[in-house]
Design a protein around this ligand. Structure first.
Ligand code: F0G
Length: 430
C-alpha cells in the first residue's frame, strides 16, 4: 500500500496550519490545534469504508486495538505504535440500570474495561506514540488521576520518563496507587486541578517536556474511537443520544469531532445528539449552555466525583462547537444523584467510578425533563472502573449515617454457625 498522506495540525481559531510533527500545542494567536486528516481515507466512503473498518484482514489491519483499528481516522501515518492494546470495550445492557433511568433502550459503553481502567488509554496510546515519534525526552500531564495513571503506564511501555501534576489530597486512592506503581514522577501540588494544569502548561512551554493533557490534539484523536467503536458495535445505526460526563471537556470535544467526521465520510447518515453531564458543584460549562454560550465561566469546583472536579475546562471552545453541531445539551446532577446512580450501576454488576455515574444520572434527569424521549435509544458512557475510587464506595456503604437507601452494610459476627443462621433468616435489605 502507498504511504498515506500526512495530516495537518490546524489552529481552530485563526486557521493557521502546521505539519503533523510540529511539537507545539498552541498557535501564536493562542488557539488550540486540531488534526485534519485526508478524509475520506483512500477515497473510501459510505459502505466501502464501513466494510474496511469491519474487516479484520487486509494490509495494516491486523490489530487487536480498538483505537488503531480506526487508524485512518486517528493518525494515518503512525508506525511503531505504543499500544497495550486498548479499546474494544463492551456495550452493556443492564435492565436494572435501564429501568432506573426510565429509558426504553439504554446501553452502557464501559470504558473502565481499558487496560488502566479508564477511557484515557485511548488518547494516551496516540499521544505517547506521537511523543516517541517526535523524540520527546519526557512527557507530562496535570490530572485528577486517570490521565496520570494512563500516562504513567504508556510512558513506561515506551520507556519515556513521565512527570505528573496532581492536586494534593484530591485524587482517588486507586488512581494514586496506579500512578506511583507505574513509576511516574509524581508532584502533589498544593492547589486544585486548574492550578495543576496552569503549572503543567507552563512547564510544557518553558521546560521542554511534551504535554499530554487533552489540549494535545493527538489525545483527542484517540478518544474519538469511543464513538467510532460504539457506532460500529451498533452496526453503524446511530443511537438518538450519547451521554457523557464532562469535566475538562476533552471527551465532549472529541465526540463532536468523531461524529462530524463519521457523517462526512458516510459512516453514518444521521447525527446522534450529545448530552454532556456535569456535577452541580463543578458546572461552568452547563452555566454557559444555559446562557446560549454567551460567555465562558469559571467556578470554584466541589464534588464527590473527583475526576470531574474542574472549574476552568481547557477544551471549552471546541466543546461548545460539539454541542452546537450535534444539537446537544448540557445538564447537571447533584452529588446525591451521582451516588444514587452509581449504587444502581454497581449493584447491576457493571460498576463504575463516581464521575462515570453522572452519565446514568444525567440520562435519568433528561428523561424526567422530557428532553430525552422515553422511546429514544441512548448510549451512556461509563468512563472509569469501580476500583478507581474505593474510598467513595466504603464511605457510602459502611460509614454514611444514616445509611443511604442503597447501602449494603456488612455484618460483623462471631465465628459461629448460629450467627450465620440468624443473618440468613433475617429480612434481606430492600
Ligand atoms: N470521567 C472520568 C472517569 C474522568 O477521569 C474524566 C476526566 C472525565 C470523566 C471527564 O472527561 O475531562 O474529557 O471532560 N479526567 C481527567 C483526568 C481530567 O485528569 O483524569 P473530560
Amino acid at each position: 500500500m502507498s504511504q498515506p498522506p500526512a495530516s495537518r495540525q490546524v489552529c481552530a481559531d485563526c486557521g493557521e496550519s502546521f505539519p503533523e510533527t510540529d511539537p507545539r500545542l498552541r498557535c501564536a494567536c493562542g488557539g488550540l490545534l486540531e488534526l485534519r486528516h485526508a478524509l475520506p481515507p483512500s477515497g473510501l466512503r459510505d459502505a466501502a469504508l464501513r466494510a474496511h473498518f469491519d474487516s479484520p484482514i487486509g494490509p495494516g489491519r491486523a490489530t487487536t486495538s480498538g483505537v488503531w483499528r480506526f487508524r485512518e481516522m486517528v493518525l494515518p501515518t503512525a508506525v511503531d505504535v505504543v499500544t497495550y492494546p486498548e479499546g474494544n470495550t463492551p456495550l452493556l445492557r443492564r435492565p436494572s440500570v435501564t429501568a432506573y433511568t426510565g429509558a426504553s433502550e439504554l446501553l452502557l459503553k464501559h470504558e473502565g474495561h481499558n487496560p488502566t481502567g479508564s477511557f484515557k488509554d485511548r488518547g494516551m496510546t496516540v499521544g505517547v506514540t506521537q511523543a516517541r515519534r517526535i523524540q520527546s525526552t519526557a512527557v507530562a500531564c496535570a490530572s485528577t488521576g486517570n490521565t496520570a495513571a494512563a500516562l504513567g503506564a504508556y510512558a513506561a511501555l515506551a520507556g519515556i520518563p513521565a512527570l505528573v501534576f496532581v492536586p494534593r489530597g484530591l485524587v482517588a486512592l486507586g488512581k494514586v496507587a496506579q500512578i506511583l506503581a507505574y513509576g511516574a514522577r509524581t508532584l502533589l501540588v498544593r492547589g486544585d486541578f486548574d492550578a495543576c494544569l496552569a503549572l503543567a502548561r507552563e512547564a510544557g512551554e518553558r521546560l521542554g517536556v511534551y504535554l499530554l493533557n487533552s489540549i494535545n490534539p493527538f489525545r483527542l484523536e484517540g478518544q474519538k474511537t469511543i464513538v467510532l467503536e460504539l457506532l460500529q458495535q451498533l452496526d453503524w445505526d446511530p443511537p438518538d443520544w450519547i451521554v457523557v460526563p464532562a469535566g475538562n471537556l476533552g471527551n465532549t470535544a472529541a465526540f463532536g469531532k468523531a461524529l462530524g467526521e463519521a457523517r462526512d465520510c458516510g459512516l453514518i447518515t444521521r447525527l446522534p445528539r450529545l448530552a454532556a453531564v456535569q456535577a452541580a458543584g463543578a458546572a461552568p460549562f452547563a452555566r454557559s449552555f444555559q446562557e446560549g454560550f454567551a460567555r465562558r465561566h469559571t467556578v470554584q469546583p466541589e464534588t464527590v466525583a473527583s475526576a470531574i472536579r474542574i472549574g476552568n475546562p481547557a477544551s471549552y471552545e471546541r466543546a461548545v462547537r460539539a454541542i452546537r453541531d450535534t444539537n446537544g445539551v448540557v445538564t447537571t446532577v447533584t452529588d446525591d444523584e451521582i451516588l444514587d446512580a452509581k449504587a444502581v450501576v454497581d449493584a447491576s454488576g457493571a460498576g463504575c467510578e463516581p464521575a462515570s455515574a453522572a452519565s446514568v444520572s444525567g440520562t435519568r434527569r433528561l428523561i424526567q425533563e422530557g428532553v430525552i424521549r422515553k422511546r429514544d435509544r441512548v448510549v451512556a458512557i461509563l468512563t472509569g472502573h469501580v476500583l478507581k475510587d474505593p474510598g467513595v464506595v466504603t464511605q457510602y456503604h459502611q460509614e454514611t449515617e444514616p445509611p443511604p437507601r442503597r447501602a449494603n452494610r456488612p455484618i460483623e459476627i462471631e465465628p459461629r454457625l448460629a450467627e450465620v443462621e440468624r443473618v440468613l433468616s433475617a429480612e434481606p435489605p430492600a
